[in-house]
Write a protein that binds this ligand. Structure first.
Ligand SMILES: Cc1cc2nc3c(=O)[nH]c(=O)nc-3n(C[C@H](O)[C@H](O)[C@H](O)COP(=O)(O)OP(=O)(O)OC[C@H]3O[C@@H](n4cnc5c(N)ncnc54)[C@H](O)[C@@H]3O)c2cc1C
Length: 321
């Protein structure tokens, strides 16, 4: 019996979401009186022993370059072997692209109950019940899992990273790895300095900006804040911005510390992807715009006046010319 955490990486580096998943998994292990272990697939440029700080005692490393690229089918089969060998009874993923590609497959393979989008630690007082978001974040559901192996995927920002002391033992895990059924011919990285789903700050804009030629001021604000840029769906549909910036029910769901929404009305489908942000700032010329109801701070004003002033003020604050 142990808790196994899938530690996902981007270009050989452990993602921030995995630090949350490890902290969360370590706490579950503590609740269950067992240990937390991690599993890393593919090469890593990071010092994996240092991940002991986040509560994992041992890391099973399958260091095979075939696994450097996410392949949901391959990853599932390899992680299933680790679960079977270690006898893990709880498996934790981040509820991101990787987690969404693997957790449901693993659930089917191991006949294990899955709670996707968990927002709190499981209640183990009476069974094993996990709280999750439903209806695009409008409500919560408490899901009781009764299968011997339980799988949880944790929403971003739902659990604070806990950094302590200690190192993890890193052990090579010998797994049977099938020949991949898919081949990645090429990859193209999304533009922008910061990946949207990992960003601490996101500057997002909507149809209120009138056209793609006006995005310079959004990019300027994002640059000074070291933020990622995002947009509403109609903006991506109209090809004003690339689809990898589209947030909402049908786009990326993000949970940055700060989300700045410029000229976005705040339709429920948009809010579904951003309402887990810690602080929301809305800039809209219409005081009745629905987004103000979800905002922590609101500025009623014309974006074309407000945004450049905001950027200048931040530049001054940071002492940048
Ligand atoms: C099934 C379904 C799924 C959907 N999924 C998504 C999704 O994932 N993401 C998403 O975003 N939408 C989604 N939508 C669309 C959603 O319903 C809204 O239509 C969309 O979010 C509106 O985009 P917007 O706020 O940019 O544009 P608008 O609704 O046109 O709002 C523009 C806003 O800009 C303000 N504005 C105008 N000029 C200025 C100015 N000069 N300065 C400041 N403010 C100004 C206006 O007051 C207005 O509030 C979905 C819809 C459906 C039916």
């Amino acid at each position: 019996m142990s808790v196994l955490i899938f530690i996902d990486q981007s270009e050989g580096h452990v993602k921030k979401s995995s630090l949350e998943a490890m902290s969360y998994g370590a706490k579950i292990a503590e609740q269950l009186g067992t240990t937390a272990e991690g599993v890393v697939l593919g090469s890593s440029a990071d010092d994996l022993t240092a991940l002991g700080k986040y509560g994992v005692k041992k890391i099973h490393h399958i260091n095979d370059t075939i696994l450097n690229q996410l392949d949901g089918q391959l990853y599932t089969k390899v992680i299933a072997q680790v679960v079977e060998k270690t006898g893990a009874t709880v498996v934790v993923f981040s509820n991101n692209m990787d987690g969404k590609a693997i957790a449901p497959r693993l659930s089917a393979r191991l006949k294990a109950g899955l709670v996707s989008g968990a927002v709190a630690l499981p209640d183990i007082g009476n069974g094993f019940t996990v709280k999750k978001n439903v209806f695009s974040g409008k409500a919560f559901a408490n899901i009781s899992v009764s299968t011997p192996v339980k799988i949880i995927s944790l929403n971003a920002n739902a659990y604070k990273i806990v950094e302590g002391e200690g190192t993890a033992e890193v052990a090579a895990f010998s797994a049977t790895i099938d020949a991949p059924k898919i081949k990645v011919a090429s990859t193209s990285k999304a533009s922008g300095e910061v990946p949207l789903t990992e960003a601490e700050i996101v500057v997002s804009a909507g149809r209120g900006l009138k056209g793609p030629e006006n995005w310079g001021m959004v990019e300027d604000l994002a640059k000074i804040l070291h933020a990622a840029t995002a947009c509403s769906r109609p903006v991506a549909d109209a090809h004003w911005r690339p689809h990898n910036e589209h947030v909402g029910q049908t786009g990326f769901a993000i949970a940055p510390n700060l989300y700045i929404a410029i000229g976005i009305s705040g339709a429920i489908q948009h809010l579904a992807g951003v309402n887990r942000s810690k602080v929301i700032v809305v800039i809209n010329k219409d005081p009745e715009a629905p987004f103000f109801k979800a905002a922590d701070y609101g500025i009623v004003g014309d974006a074309f006046e407000v945004v450049p002033k905001m950027t200048d003020a931040i530049k001054k604050l940071k002492g940048v010319a």
